[in-house]
Design a protein around this ligand. Structure first.
Ligand code: BES
Ligand code: MN
Ligand code: ZN
Length: 483
């Protein structure tokens, strides 16, 4: 989808559908008002959030359709609501003769955060997980362009980069596990680096063995696909002295069978999205590379395939992690935490002072929070407050979970320094506590995105499949960082 900005007057905007934001209980004023008045008067449109109404061939307008876009009460309006309304509107008209859409921003919706959100909404609504469908009709259903009138070009550009970066992550997450192996994921990272000027390094199995990443390699050993440890670095042109160094650690299990502790076959196909944490970090790094924050950011993406087989690790195996602690692997399906701890140790060695990990880590977080909120855990409340601010601005919901030291009791074993599972009770918390034990100096946030990285059913504003959750919140965490 091409994103364009228009200087033309509303009447002259050429499009198949012109979206005009409209509020609840507020007689329309400003550009577009005259065309909306009838819709309000007839009672067919009230301006409530996600209300739509349509007029064909509005007189005096070049646009073929006028779409009244309900945004609710003006005082309650958030950029994230505009994002969802635009996304839902475009999805409604997809495949129905709308190839070129436009939006008329004015008054409050012309402010930069709203302009960015409108563009993000258009891009996110456009995404379909149909990359592998060969239907020749597909191309005709695509919305080819989205024109924004009345906003600053910089805000439109920021929205374009954020929206495209989230879709970039979604496209990778959506790839099937036969195609998206750890090697293929590393190739995506290399290509991204070449396009955007990031620095990219891939550690192979030998290098990881040399370093002593025994926890990660234990998971990888059951697969014929070699593991890859992806490192992407963004360095600002003139970093501030004593700048924080943000590390983004993403779980990238390209397929999680559970290993010897094998999962039931029902629904196992969904475990291709067990690399959504790594995918989110690739998307965030794309946006960071293009929007250039003032702080250095390094992404670390440990990638493996978790398979059973003659070489697979067994329940009862004891592995040595990169930081020297030994782990008793009681369940080979609790593999995400094993690859994350070696990545976190490595991130601290590279000098990261602030770490966020994102991982489809536990089914238990879905039991606790459903599919609405991402579970957040931290060892540093100030750091989490920053992420809460950027997530709230992006409309991405997170919910803080507890991490009292007593939860560590469940991870004690007489046979090693720690065991990799803690029983059914508080499964997401003991998983987070396991990771916590390997963070030595950094401020750290763990995001359990198992419930939010994938949509089982389409929403008005988003297709079924990968959501790309936290791409925008993590990119803006870096972009908007104030000392
Ligand atoms: N990748 C899964 C978690 C998951 C479950 C993600 C459902 C998305 C949807 C993870 O590796 C896993 O298998 N976790 C186990 C942990 C258990 C063995 C302690 C789980 O949640 O059952
Ligand atoms: Mn698992
Ligand atoms: Zn997993």
């Amino acid at each position: 989808m091409d994103i364009l900005t228009a200087a033309a007057a509303a009447e002259a905007l050429d499009s198949d559908a012109l979206l005009v934001p409209a509020f609840e209980d507020q007689p329309p004023t400003g550009p577009g008002a005259a065309w909306l008045a009838d819709l309000y008067e007839s009672g067919e449109f009230k301006g409530k959030l996600f209300d739509f109404a349509l007029r064909h061939r509005p007189e005096g307008l070049k646009a073929r359709r006028l779409v009244a876009l309900g945004l609710g009460k003006p005082a309650d309006l958030q950029p994230a609501a505009l994002l969802r309304a635009v996304a839902a509107a475009l999805r409604k008209f997809k495949g129905k003769g709308v190839r070129h859409a436009a939006i008329l921003l004015s008054g409050p919706t012309a402010a930069d955060p709203f302009a960015s959100a409108a563009v993000e909404g258009a891009l996110l609504g456009e995404f379909e997980p149909d990359h592998h469908q060969t239907d020749p009709e597909k191309a005709s259903k695509v919305i080819a362009s989205f024109t924004v009138s009345g906003a600053s070009p910089e805000a439109v550009e920021r929205g374009r980069i954020l929206g495209e970066s989230q879709n970039f992550a979604r496209a990778i997450i959506n790839e099937p596990p036969n195609i998206l192996t750890p090697t293929a994921l590393a190739a995506h990272a290399r290509a991204l680096a070449a396009e955007t000027g990031l620095d990219c390094e891939i550690l192979d199995r030998d290098r990881m063995a040399q370093l002593g990443m025994g926890a990660l390699l234990g998971v990888a050993q059951g697969s014929a696909e070699p593991p890859a440890f992806i490192i992407l670095r963004y360095t600002p042109a003139s970093p501030a002295p004593a700048s924080p160094h943000l590390g983004l650690v993403g779980k990238a299990v390209t397929f999680d069978t559970g290993g010897i502790s094998i999962k039931p076959s029902e629904g196992m196909e969904k475990m291709k999205y067990d690399m959504a944490g790594g995918g989110a970090m690739l998307g965030a790094m794309r946006a960071i590379a293009l929007l250039k924050p003032s702080i250095p950011v390094t992404a670390l993406i440990p990638s493996v395939e978790n398979m059973p087989g003659g070489r697979a690790q067994r329940p009862g195996d004891i592995v040595k992690s990169l930081n020297g602690k030994t782990v008793e692997v009681l369940n080979t399906d609790a593999e995400g935490r094993l690859i994350l701890i070696d990545a976190i140790t490595y991130a601290e060695r590279l000098g990261c002072t602030h770490l966020v990990d994102a991982a489809t880590l536990t089914g238990a977080i879905v039991v606790a929070l459903g599919h609405l909120h991402t579970g957040a855990f931290t060892n540093n409340e100030d750091f989490l407050a920053r992420l809460k601010t950027s997530a709230a601005a992006q409309g991405e919901r997170l919910w803080q979970m507890p991490l009292d030291e007593e939860y560590f009791e469940a991870l004690k074993t007489p046979f090693a320094d720690i065991q990799n599972i803690g029983g059914r009770a508080g499964g997401s918390i003991t998983a987070a506590m396991f990771i916590r034990k390997f963070v030595t100096s950094a401020a750290w946030i763990h995001l359990d995105i198992a419930g939010t990285a994938w949509l089982d059913d389409a929403k008005p504003e988003m297709a079924k499949g990968p959501t790309g959750v936290f791409v925008r919140s993590l990119a803006t965490l870096a972009l908007d960082w104030k000392p």
